[in-house]
Design a protein around this ligand. Structure first.
Ligand code: C2E
Ligand code: CA
Ligand code: CA
Length: 498
């Protein structure tokens, strides 16, 4: 862009200049025409070069600033018969013409009086007009390294100029009929006259054009850099706002793309369903985003309170009727440690009980063991339990919480993490750890819920370890409340008797 702009700017300048030069050349041309016409008017051949004739030529010459002298010549030989130079020039033979066009000849650098100046001479018939080349060129602008001037159409010579123009290049451009060219080494601009034989030219060296390109680049490069930066910043913001997980989740929270599923929790000895865990789901573009992923992102981006509010709102709407139908059951809700710390958990549970009108035993709260590693949660846990809501420590065994802390925190249940359930029926060190975990729960005198029970063998082993409740694919996958309700109707009739 800088290149184009620079060349365009140089071309504009060149064409302005050449129009100026053309005006000067046309002025000279009109003066020559007028002077020659006046000099050849009504001349009686008998009185040619008489005193009146010379006086008349002097009067004509004085009217035109660019006409240095007028002369009568012998058309065949070019000999000066008489002139306004005075008798000194009489008998001077004009050199052979440099160019002839429409009966008019042009001669350059003619010096009829040895001590005088150089002229270019236009001759037609027996009249010759002398134009002082130096004086004519003086009216042209002087610009360093730039040559400009005018030449005669159709192969004629350069009649006035400043600098050292390259005639061959000018001719080539004239032949193409174009008015400007830039070949990388010089920029040429031509302006042809409509009223005279002259073509004005301007010849800029490449260095001059390059300077215009650099001028333009001085604007374009910082401008481009600023625009580039602004664009990348916009793109960055756009991508962050529209594709980042928290931003997309924030938008999804207001829609039914975020919803809850409920996984049955069963009493292992009786096989009876005692409740369900509420698990949040997010369908994004037809694909389920794993909660582990977006819950973590929500916690890091400060979106967690919004998620938890939405979860509790959905749970209230989904389960109120279900729990009225199954008053002995509960729904277990997952809260983040952040929700407990901020007081949001207490606030939302209080509201939940008020809006549903259900007794507190219908809801459990789950919070991960990791939450207890760094801080003492006993106060808020006590507040929640004071509401009548049971508290389960989730993912037990994975959080490495201090035993004293756990013992001091009066939770109601431990949810044994899936990895220990799976390891327990195996052999080796992992099963030892699993057994130790179950032992620990008994020591703390807490009820246990085993998570991720997938096989009958696991279930039997857990019963042997004194685990009361279980949750897992063996009993039921997470599903809608309607599906859970139907599943209960189909499978639970007579379970307790059985
Ligand atoms: P979690 O609280 O430990 O939830 C149990 C996870 O185990 C669920 O994964 C459940 O689908 C899965 N699961 C249940 N039975 C089986 C089984 O037999 N085998 C196997 N392999 N997996 C089983 P999900 O739904 O992907 O949830 C992952 C985690 O996301 C949850 O772990 C919980 O930490 C978090 N989460 C889910 N919903 C919520 C919520 O509403 N709020 C908060 N704060 N966290 C939630
Ligand atoms: Ca849980
Ligand atoms: Ca868990």
């Amino acid at each position: 862009m800088a290149y184009e702009q620079g060349v365009q700017r140089a071309q504009r300048r060149a064409s302005e200049l050449s129009v100026g030069v053309l005006r000067r050349a046309e002025l000279i041309a009109t003066q020559i025409d007028a002077a020659m016409a006046a000099a050849s008017m009504d001349v009686d051949p008998a009185t040619t070069c008489g005193i009146d004739d010379i006086a008349r030529m002097l009067a004509v010459q004085s009217r035109y600033s660019h006409i240095g002298a007028l002369a009568r010549i012998a058309p065949a030989t070019g000999l000066i018969l008489c002139s306004t130079f005075g008798p000194e020039a009489n008998g001077f033979a004009l050199p052979l013409p440099d160019h002839v066009r429409r009966e008019r000849s042009v001669r350059l650098s003619v010096r009829p009086v040895p001590a005088g100046a150089d002229y270019f001479v236009i001759a037609q018939g027996d009249v010759a007009a002398f134009v002082h080349s130096g004086v004519a060129s003086m009216f042209l602008p002087t610009i360093k390294d730039v040559s400009l001037g005018a030449f005669i159409k159709d192969g004629g010579p350069i009649v006035l100029h400043r600098g050292t123009p390259h005639l061959a290049s000018l001719r080539r451009l004239e032949q193409t009929g174009a008015s400007a060219s830039f070949d990388g080494s010089r920029l040429l601009s031509l302006s042809a006259s409509r009223t005279s034989d002259y073509i004005a030219f301007v010849d800029f060296p490449a260095t001059w054009v390059r300077a215009r390109i650099y001028d333009a680049a001085a604007w374009f490069i910082p401008l481009g850099a600023v625009l580039g930066l602004a664009l990348s910043a916009l793109l960055f913001l756009f991508l962050r706002n529209f594709t980042s997980l928290p931003a997309a989740l924030r938008r999804a929270l207001q829609t039914d793309r975020v919803y809850m599923e409920y996984q049955p929790i069963v009493d292992m000895r009786s096989g009876r369903c005692v409740g369900a865990e509420a698990l949040v789901r997010w369908r994004r573009g037809g694909v389920l985003v794993p909660p582990d992923r977006f819950i973590g992102a929500a916690e890091r981006s400060g979106l967690m309170p919004l998620v938890t509010r939405r979860v509790v709102q959905l749970v209230a709407a989904d389960t109120a009727q279900f729990l009225r139908k199954h008053p002995e059951m509960h729904v277990s809700i997952n809260f983040s440690a952040l929700d407990l710390r901020s007081g949001l958990a207490v606030e939302l549970l209080t509201k939940l009980l008020a809006t549903t009108g259900l007794p507190a035993r219908n809801y459990w709260l789950e919070v991960t063991e990791t939450s207890f590693v760094r801080e003492d949660m006993s106060q808020v846990i006590n507040q929640i339990r004071a509401l009548g809501v049971r508290v389960a420590i989730d993912d037990f065994g994975t959080g490495y919480a201090n035993l004293d802390v756990l013992a001091g925190t009066k939770a109601d249940l431990l949810k044994i993490d899936r990895q220990f359930v799976h390891a327990a029926v195996g052999h080796g060190q992992a099963s030892e750890v699993a057994l130790a975990i179950f032992g620990l729960a008994r020591t703390l005198c807490l009820e246990m819920v085993a998570e991720g029970v997938e096989t009958q063998a696991q279930a039997e082993f857990l019963i042997g370890c004194g685990v009361q409740y279980a949750q897992g694919w063996l009993f039921g996958r997470p599903n809608s409340v309607a599906a859970l309700s139907q599943w209960l109707d189909e499978t639970q009739r007579g379970v307790s008797e059985g």
